[in-house]
Design a protein around this ligand. Sequence first.
Ligand code: ZN
Length: 243
Amino acid sequence: MRILVISDIHGNLPALEAVLEDATPFDALWCLGDAVGYGPDPAAVMARLTELVPEVWLAGNHDHAAVGLLDLDAFNADARQAVLWTARQLGEDARERLCALEPSALLVDRGITLVHGSPSHPLWEYITSASSATHGFACVGTPLCFFGHTHVPAVYQEEVDGAVRLTIDAEQPMSPDNARWLVNPGSVGQPRDGDPRASYAVFDPEAAVLTFHRVAYDIAAVQSRMLAAHLPSRLATRLDSGM
Ligand code: ZN
């Protein structure tokens, strides 16, 4: 079984399409939030995701901000400007869908938690280090937890003795028998690990293996549409560096 795990699309339709083409065929789709915000295609990304019927579709902080469920004071100036622009692009259907999304999900029978940010603060908190992952493990009740929000692919492994270490192998065996796992597939629409290509992961629960993937898309075309829409130029230029 192939489960496509994506996060932080951020209104970047060409990046999403490149991922879908590269990952097909897959049996299920899990989206860990921030479908919109930053990029030029929020309405089109919402329509495309809706058509794909994700098995799991979480809310991110930008998603909730775009529909007025989160205070914009917590966003920096560029992000705030992009959220306000995004809000104006969304139709009633997309708004209703975003309002209904939750920032976490629990698949009890499969022993899997999914959050946008972290297990303790699913909408906002960042897991960026072994110490923040240790706190995350303390707040999660399943052997496996997927998260997004940082835009950096990562696997944190908690050994039976409680030690937590960061790994990022392209192919990651994840047996739930001798460890617990916190996994981030990276960002589709705005990677921040220095690799500008769209990032995603494929999870095979039967084999207990996760693979990480990167795929190129037409960044220049997305940038020119962002500038034409008068989105902050820094949000466009950062797509080149993947930072
Ligand atoms: Zn994000």
